[in-house]
Design a protein around this ligand. Sequence first.
Ligand SMILES: CC(C)(COP(=O)(O)OP(=O)(O)OC[C@H]1O[C@@H](n2cnc3c(N)ncnc32)[C@H](O)[C@@H]1OP(=O)(O)O)[C@@H](O)C(=O)NCCC(=O)NCCS
Length: 164
Amino acid sequence: MILSDILRFIHFSFYKLFKPEITIGEAKISDWKTLRPWLDPQSQQDENALTAPNCTNLVARHGKKIVGFVQLLRLKNKNTDELWLNSLLVGRSYRRLGIGTLLSNAVIGLTVQEGQNILRLRVRESNKPAVQLYIKLGFGTEKSEYFKQNEKNVKWLIMKKVCS
Ligand SMILES: CC(C)(COP(=O)(O)OP(=O)(O)OC[C@H]1O[C@@H](n2cnc3c(N)ncnc32)[C@H](O)[C@@H]1OP(=O)(O)O)[C@@H](O)C(=O)NCCC(=O)NCCS
């Protein structure tokens, strides 16, 4: 175990015992600098994503510190919007404390609020923490797709939840 792992373990144990107060709210333009490195480097998003009408961006904060992020993306599909849960991420030292669940549930709540009942997401099949989280939240696999990444075929799952 190296020092950074030991420090992370102490930090984690502390927070597991004394649950940090986490608030979920919409991201502000001033959050962009913090958030950009968290987003998929291949995504073309810039800070306009924080105000774009087809996205709602939520952050989890511990005090003033941003400790998690998720995006609700509305994609035009014929006459309706398809809703996608996108870019869920929790800071390393804050994982396994329920923050991913809080953020995902906030997106599920927005889906229902918008009068929609289907929420989708895309996740690498090998990403066990994320897949476990989504299964726990009631998502099921709708289909799978393979994409070439660094010369390898990577399996992605499209997961779907019927929200009520
Ligand atoms: C996936 C991720 C968002 C989970 O966030 P989190 O705040 O740690 O999740 P939670 O604490 O709400 O965990 C809820 C459940 O998810 C599952 N889970 C979370 N992390 C897990 C892990 N490392 N291994 C196995 N299951 C895990 C468990 O079922 C967990 O419930 P439990 O703690 O009662 O066992 C976080 O690990 C992360 O940011 N990963 C990197 C980014 C990423 O892969 N995002 C997903 C993109 S599709």
